[in-house]
Design a protein around this ligand. Structure first.
Ligand code: NAP
Length: 241
């Protein structure tokens, strides 16, 4: 029987390409996002193996209800990929913009993670995948709430991996630590390097999910950068970014 994967944030970039590649690999895929027209286009492209629902992860209660109706429609869920994220938000004040990033990347993530965790506990197995970032390994003056939000989700997932080990649950928690990948989020941004084609990065993401890796750097060469960042003294980090 086909495995069932739900991708939160499947309307563009990494999530959209993951839906495509997962279906090519034989999965049934459920996709969500706020832009329904994008979901409809994907449905036209991917056909019966693709299910979709409109969801705004910052509307916590509605998002949880939507998740469960999508699970019902698909007849179950084996893997959830918590991919929705923003790095910026047009807003009248910095505080409001930063709050929105936290609402989506942290609170939305935690609410859906908790719900999926309870679902998988009842089911007896499952996999939760989160998409963090190399940006979460250090504070960045250009993206304070974004880098902090990604640090939060990496630490959160590590804690849940420990929890699953302690309570002996068959639930895998996979942290995809992403470097630069072509998507709407990175379009037109300056100062990037080693920018991966979306298809290549997503191929590595899908392999890491299937291998049930606890932590995967995507693309793989970013593991080296992560290692170097840990060696740089804080005082130098403060000057660099
Ligand atoms: N691209 C990179 O270099 C890179 C690097 C590190 C980490 N990441 C992470 O990878 C993930 C995917 O980003 P991407 O690069 O593929 O960018 P993207 O093309 O902008 O995709 C972002 C996805 O998140 C969804 N999303 C945003 N806000 C949402 C909300 N309030 N409710 C529901 N869905 C929402 C978007 O859907 P709607 O707009 O339709 O709602 C879209 O599907 C993000 O978590 C990002 O932080 C990306």
């Amino acid at each position: 029987m086909s495995k069932k994967m739900i991708i939160i944030g499947a309307t563009s970039g990494i999530g959209e390409e993951l839906a495509r590649q997962a279906i090519q690999n034989g999965y049934l895929v459920g996709g969500t996002g706020r832009r329904v027209h994008r979901l409809k286009e994907l449905k036209n492209e991917l056909g019966d193996a693709f299910y979709y629902s409109k969801m705004d992860v910052s509307q916590f209660d509605d998002a949880k209800i939507t998740l469960h109706s999508l699970i019902d429609e698909m007849g179950g869920m084996d893997i959830i990929v918590l991919n929705a994220g923003i790095s910026n938000y047009p807003s009248s004040s910095i505080t409001a913009m930063e709050q929105k990033v936290i609402d989506v990347n942290v609170s939305g993530f935690v609410q859906l993670f908790g719900n999926a965790f309870q679902y998988f506990r009842k089911q007896g197995h499952g996999q939760i995948v989160g998409v963090s970032s190399i940006a979460g390994l250090f504070g960045s003056s250009r993206a304070a709430p974004y880098s902090a939000s990604k640090a939060f989700i990496s630490t959160y997932m590590q804690a849940y991996r420990q929890r699953c080990n302690k309570i002996k649950e068959d639930i895998t928690v996979t942290d995809i630590v992403a470097g630069f990948i072509k998507s709407e989020m990175t379009e037109g941004k300056k100062g990037m390097f080693w920018v991966s084609e979306t298809e290549k990065a997503v191929k590595q993401i899908l392999t890491s999910i299937e291998k049930k890796k606890p932590v995967a750097y995507v693309t793989r060469r970013w593991r080296l950068i992560a290692w170097l960042i840990h060696l740089i003294p804080d005082r130098l980090i403060d000057r660099l970014w």
